[in-house]
Every structure is written in C-alpha cells, then in structure tokens.
Design a binder for this molecule. Structure first.
Ligand code: PLP
Length: 358
C-alpha cells in the first residue's frame, strides 16, 4: 500500500477471484463458467461490431434492452444492464444502502457482498445459515428498513429458497430494498421476476456469465420497478454511462435470439449435475442438493484443502474457501460429462491412494 492510499479504505479486503491459470491446461471447475461455447451467432455478432469500436457504445443500450424486454416479458423501464452483475450489485449498494439502511446477508454467500459494503463504507450484518446450510427465511422478516441481499440459489451451497419464501421476505420489509441475486437461477431455481410489478422494494439481478456462456463479455442486469431502476441509472450515469461495450451489447442481442440453445445447455448441465452428485455420494461425499451449475461437497476421508491441492496437482481446478464452517468443502463447477467423469476417476484414485476404505 502506498502512503497515498486513502484511510477511508483502510479496512478494504479485495475480492479474490477464482484462478484463471495460464501455466498449464486444467480441467477448469473453479469459477462456474459454462463448459459450452456461446452460439456461433454470438461470436459473429461480436466480431461484426468490432469494426465499430472507434465509436462509443450506446449509453441507453437500446437494442439489447428491447431484446431483454421480449425474452423476459418485462418493460424496458424495468431493466438496467451492467458490466457483469457485480456492477448492478455495487450500484444497488451505493443507491439503496447506508448507515440508516445497513446491509443484511448470510454469513456464507457470495464473497463480493462484504467487499462492496466495505468499499462503499456501508455497515453490514451477517446472519448464520441453518445447520443444513440453508437460508432461514424467518431470519429475514421485518428488518425495518435494512437492505437485504440474498443469492438464490445461494453460492457456494447451491441451495434455494422457494418463490413463496422470497415473497415473504420482500413483503415483510416494505421500508428496505430486497436484492435477490439470481446468477444461477437458470439451473433449476424459481425466479422472482414475477414479483417485480407487485413490490416497489424488490430488485432481481442476473447475469449472462453462467447460463449464457458469456462470463468474459461482462454482461449483467437488474429488474425492478421503474423508480428503483431510475435510481440505479442515476448511479450508472455518475459512474460509467458506457458500461456496456459495443461487442458485449451485440453478443447479448445475439444470445437472446438463440435463447433455446442456452436453455438446452442448462438442461445438459442439470443432467450432469445429477451424475456428479450421485457419483460423489457413492464415494462417500456429502453433497448438498444444488440448483446451480456447481455442487458443494465434502468427504470425511480427505480434508477439503488437501483435496483441492491434490486435484490441482493432477490438472483439475476446483474452488476451496478457507472459511469457518465450510473449509472441508469444495465447490465444483459442473463441466461436460467427460470432464466430470475425469473428476470422479481422479477423486477415486486420490481416495484409494490415501488408503481410504472404499
Ligand atoms: C458469478 C456471480 C455473480 C456475478 O457474476 P458476473 O460475472 O459479474 O455477472 C453474482 N452473484 C453470484 C452469486 C455469482 O456467483
């Protein structure tokens, strides 16, 4: 840290992104990317747009907003587009949380929430999960003006709240914004988009990074009533009005035109998730019932950190969080069937070499 770094940020501990290694080729199951490429139409659209990079992008992102509006069946004034959904989360924290409206989120959830809170110097309160790792909706009722953030499905557990449970949280907190982060909803969760018209305190966020194979394009979005969306645009125009670059906007339009391709990929991931869950359980792992494109798994035959390191030595990257309560677990992205078979074979070898009784 230089001597110029602001004391305002003394306590800021930045987010640690999952590794994007260049030293060798791994079977990469650590950052919940899609194992499938974007459709050819997406690649062509982005390449076509590259010729126009001399010009600024459209700050109103008109074409993509219109395409979103059609696919999600929601008017354009209910939509904001952002540079990854990380950006809409940051905008929402800036817009809707402060000393009077502190943030509330689970102890075990997406690691960016405390970072954005700290960056914007917003106080936050963390609520423990239940012993089975689920979020207890009862803990989030009647919080009187606090700003609630819940990833649904949650990360890294993959567990879901039902739409009724989400609605109970939104309805009981009329004086605080409730942010439902649906980064993984396309893999089997229930979206709260249908509630956006009914509640003026609900913001639903989503991303093209996981289900639509566009993590590298950085495209996220938020759905809410027009007044919340207008506030988010105020923050956006005060930060970076050109937050969606030309190639990403074109890729997004093309991806929505081929929505069936991406939704079919999601079904494939869900089938492969069943295979992976069953195979890990057969090896004695405890595996949570995931509704996301990853599983969260632990074994009492090998410590979580050791499994992570041994897999890495053998060319398979998974995500290990050295955090109280979950350090024995690994979060394993669902890749292709072949990748998951390679994972299971390698885990089997590792356990056998440890002399575990199989
Ligand atoms: C991946 C992820 C995001 C955001 O990803 P972007 O690539 O910024 O869209 C948001 N929330 C959760 C829970 C995630 O796992």
């Amino acid at each position: 840290m230089s001597r110029f770094f602001s004391h305002r940020l003394d306590r800021l501990v930045p987010y640690t992104p999952g590794e994007q290694p260049i030293d060798r080729t791994y079977i990469k199951l650590n950052t919940n990317e899609s194992p499938f490429p974007p459709s050819p139409g997406v690649t062509e659209a982005a390449a076509r747009e590259a010729g126009k990079l001399r010009l600024y992008s459209d700050p109103t992102v008109r074409d993509l907003t219109r395409a979103m509006s059609e696919v999600f069946e929601i008017p354009g004034d209910h939509i904001i587009l952002t540079n990854g959904s990380d950006e809409v989360l940051n905008f929402a924290f800036m817009a809707f949380a402060d000393e009077e409206h502190p943030l509330v989120f689970p102890t075990i959830t997406y690691g960016f929430y405390p970072v954005f809170a700290e960056l914007n110097r917003i106080p936050y309160e963390e609520i423990p999960l239940k012993a089975d790792f689920s979020v207890d909706p009862a803990d989030y009722q009647n919080l009187g003006g606090k700003t609630v953030v819940i990833a649904n499905p949650n990360a890294p557990t993959g567990l879901c709240l039902t739409l009724e449970e989400v609605e109970s949280i939104v309805a009981s907190n009329p004086d605080g914004v409730v942010i439902i982060d649906e980064a993984y909803v396309d893999f089997g969760g229930e979206s709260a988009i249908s509630l956006v018209d009914k509640y003026d305190n609900l913001l639903v966020t989503g991303t093209f990074s996981k289900s639509r194979s566009l993590a590298g394009a950085r495209l996220g979005f938020g759905f809410a009533c027009p007044s919340l969306i207008a506030d988010l645009h105020t923050v956006r125009y005060s930060t970076n009005p050109y937050n969606i670059n030309r190639m990403t906007a074109a890729a997004g339009v093309a991806a929505l035109a081929e929505n069936d391709y991406f939704m079919q990929n999601c079904r494939t991931v869900m089938d492969t998730r069943v295979y992976t869950t069953d195979a890990l359980r057969a090896l004695g792992f405890s595996v949570l019932d995931s509704k996301a494109n990853f599983v969260f798994a632990a074994s009492d035959r090998i410590e979580g950190g050791e499994l992570y390191r041994t897999l890495k030595e053998r060319g398979i990257l998974v995500r290990h969080f050295d955090k109280d309560g979950i350090s024995n677990y690994n979060r394993i992205t669902i890749g292709t069937r072949e990748q998951m078979e390679a994972l299971i074979a390698t885990v089997t070898d590792i356990l056998q070499e440890k002399g575990a009784s199989l």
